[in-house]
Design a protein. Sequence first.
Length: 138
Amino acid sequence: MGYAVLRTPRLTLRPLESQAEHWAKHGFGDWAIELDGAFAGLAEIHYAWPGVTGISTDEVEAGWEIEGHLRGRDLATEAMRAAIDDAWTRTGAPYLVAYIRPENVVSQRVAEKLGFAVRGPGLTRDGSPMTVYELRAP
């Protein structure tokens, strides 16, 4: 797709092929996270999808997901630091948003480590409660 690859001490982040249209249209998008050359998860940076209450579609959303067998190694935090640093340049957004379900305490801890603060309540597309987080640009 012609976009840069991001590297951290342990990880490589490559533009996610399934998000090629978002990358082409907006110049940014989701990343595939690789550890030792194997898929390890996703680092999401994209315009929010419709149907989430508390986040609008003109806001840039951040999200993360690590393969189950690799969790507990701080990979999400490491990957998202790289993706977020890159996002400030690529998106021009003054802030990023994330939404996390109340029972997902692990993702809440990742959000806190990354500097996200609670913005308020919201609902997922299926109507489940969640909390909206916001991270202001440096």
